[in-house]
Design a protein around this ligand. Structure first.
Ligand SMILES: NC(=O)c1ccc[n+]([C@@H]2O[C@H](COP(=O)([O-])OP(=O)(O)OC[C@H]3O[C@@H](n4cnc5c(N)ncnc54)[C@H](OP(=O)(O)O)[C@@H]3O)[C@@H](O)[C@H]2O)c1
Length: 280
């Protein structure tokens, strides 16, 4: 039953934005909870992000999500950013406070952790090193999440080595930086491998990584979710590793946004997962 005097308003700002699954995700929750409202894709050019964010309170928006290319710039626009967002250097979510000020946070961390827990319930952070491939914006959230999960040794390898060095220094997380040429060897003895690059995503070539040294008991996580099974995940599954793609990360990052925007706890259900999977 829709609440008669409450119309929920939120959206996602990106450029481009029409590929985003977020409107489908948030509309599902509005319908599920019988709430009147809408969640819209907002195509905002890079030069327009500050004006767009500043317009949110006047338009009655509870907040918005941010996607490429706005996550870093938006951090500089908001009035408040939590420590996590500042360390990562990017925000994925803005909430309009009652005084009209804008608060930013990064929910990709929560999304990664919840997706991981759901997929690998028996995995333990103290059972070995973790190798992360990639050092872009998403990798920052992944490394932050792994440190928060209690991983003691994080091996980080990125095609552009400097970027990996900077990531570790700016996050303040102790990482072993592995030369790109040595990345295959960095799989020895690991408990988890994470692909945080865009390689393997539709339109991109597969991640060039030889899995020979990867222990068969290691879990493999790819934050890419289009396609549902990347060549990396297919190869890992074929040799007996447990795998998960990035869809759960996308779905779960929506939950804290709802808590902040509307004060409502929402769930990632099988039905929701199937609904979004059907669009991939
Ligand atoms: N599941 C989710 O909720 C979620 C959330 C955020 C992002 N993602 C996905 O994560 C991926 C990365 O996003 P991002 O925001 O981190 O992008 P980004 O900041 O542009 O970083 C891209 C990363 O991919 C690497 N890369 C690009 N081309 C490569 C190549 N030919 N060989 C090796 N490495 C290459 C880059 O290495 P260099 O530094 O050397 O260029 C960098 O590490 C995207 O596919 C995105 O869709 C998923």
């Amino acid at each position: 039953m829709a609440h008669p005097d409450r119309f929920l308003l939120a959206g996602v700002m990106g450029w481009p934005v029409m590929h985003s699954r977020s409107p489908k995700l948030h509309t599902y929750w509005m319908e599920k909870h019988g709430l009147a409202g809408t969640y819209v894709p907002l195509a905002i050019r890079p030069e327009g992000i500050e004006a767009a964010l500043r317009a949110l309170p006047a338009l009655g928006f509870a907040g918005c999500n941010l996607t490429i290319p706005h996550k870093e710039t938006a951090l500089r626009v908001v009035d408040h950013a939590d420590e996590k967002a500042r360390r990562i250097g990017a925000i994925s979510c803005v909430t309009v406070r009652s005084d009209g000020s804008l608060a930013g946070t990064n929910n990709d961390v929560f999304g990664f952790i919840e997706n991981h827990r759901e997929a690998f319930p028996d995995w333990r952070a103290d059972q070995g090193p973790v190798t992360v491939i990639g050092a872009g914006g998403a990798a920052r959230a992944v490394v932050y999440a792994l440190a928060e999960m209690g991983v003691r040794e994080i091996r980080l390898s990125n095609r552009t080595g400097d970027r990996a060095e900077r990531l570790a220094a700016e996050l303040g997380v102790d990482c072993t930086i592995v030369d790109w040429a040595d990345r295959h060897r960095a799989l020895e003895g690991v408990n988890l491998l994470v692909n945080a690059t865009s390689q393997g995503m539709v339109g991109n070539p597969p991640l060039d990584l030889n899995l020979e040294r990867l222990p068969r008991k290691a879990c493999v996580s790819d934050i890419v979710y289009i396609p549902g099974e990347t060549p990396l995940l297919a190869a890992a599954r074929a040799r007996g590793n447990s795998t998960v793609n990035g869809l759960g990360m996308l779905l779960h990052q929506g939950r804290p946004a709802w808590r902040d925007w509307f004060g409502i706890e929402v769930q990632v259900t099988r039905e929701l997962r199937s609904l979004i999977e059907a669009t991939i």
